[in-house]
Ligand binder design. Sequence first.
Ligand code: LER
Ligand code: MN
Length: 283
Amino acid sequence: MLNFLIILDIKNYMRLSIVSALDESNRNQEDVIKKFTSLCEFLKPLNYKGIELSLLEPEKINAKRIEEIQDSYEMEIPALGTGNTFIRFGCSLGHISETIRKKAIERIEKYIEFATKVKSKVIIGLIRGRYDFESNQKKEKMNIKSSLKECCRLAENYNVELLFEPINRFEIDSYNTISESIELIEEIGYENLKLLIDTYHTYLEEDPGFIWDYLEEITHYVSHLHLADCTRRAPGTGHFDFRTFLNIFKRSGYNGFASLETIMKPSFEEVAQESSEYLRSVL
Ligand code: LER
Ligand code: MN
């Protein structure tokens, strides 16, 4: 009987979530709440346990109401995506201008405030930015380090975890690989700075001959996962080995979320439904 219960527990261990925006900058409060409620309503029966929110202005959202809805559906918000801060506002942690770096840190604080209310974590990904002709990789890395320390200090005050995401070289100019990112995490030295591994970036950046053994060694740094196949479409539509990847984390006792972050084609609904079925079949 005990063995049976343990097997069931392992089957349910990897909690699934999916990335969605709420479009809070263009919608009124009621529409934002409606959008979040309809996501919970749709995703719950598909076995999702969380919704990762990609936000731009978290301070515009009534966190108390979001918290009430997530509690009533027993849905978590495992992480907040911050990349829009760079894409839409042009603010980045690695920027050559101190004023712009400060703005990016101020924006991160807004996410941290929201995260503490809805018990989430804050992603440090695209918000690191890209350098232009006035800067270079060395300066960028130095600026990212000092900004990141400040973000960790702020997040610590709110008891919030930050998730550092290695991102492929076509989208960002530094910290593209897992090992460089771990080196940085060690150097920064804050307990609340963890690693986010995205399968799409892993596929593009890591050595396929060594990656599985390497992942086995570093699972303890990891607190969140992003899932997309090699074309950034839904898992199972390309040739990334999700069975091997996910089972490394399952065996290690990983208790975080695996969040779908794909191109939502043909539609969000189809990706959500098909990915949930596929991932349950490989886990
Ligand atoms: C963010 O999580 C990410 O993976 C980037 O590639 C931006 O989409
Ligand atoms: Mn990602």
